[in-house]
Design a protein. Sequence first.
Length: 73
Amino acid sequence: MVKEAEDGRGWLVPGYNITDNPFMVTLRPWRPFVSTLRSNLAEEPLNPLTVEEDGADHLQAGGHEVVTVRFVE
């Protein structure tokens, strides 16, 4: 699911790790964004993510963890 941020400044991509084991997640947005950050379900920023040269973002999802990535325009 992709959802527009409540403040209208970007897009949110939530996800849930259904397993007990942590794993790495890679997201490649369809276009460049000003910044990418991890946020909580209340859309509050937690920490910025490093964007690779190819536009991919990588983050760790812990076991049974909800993760949300915000792409800021």
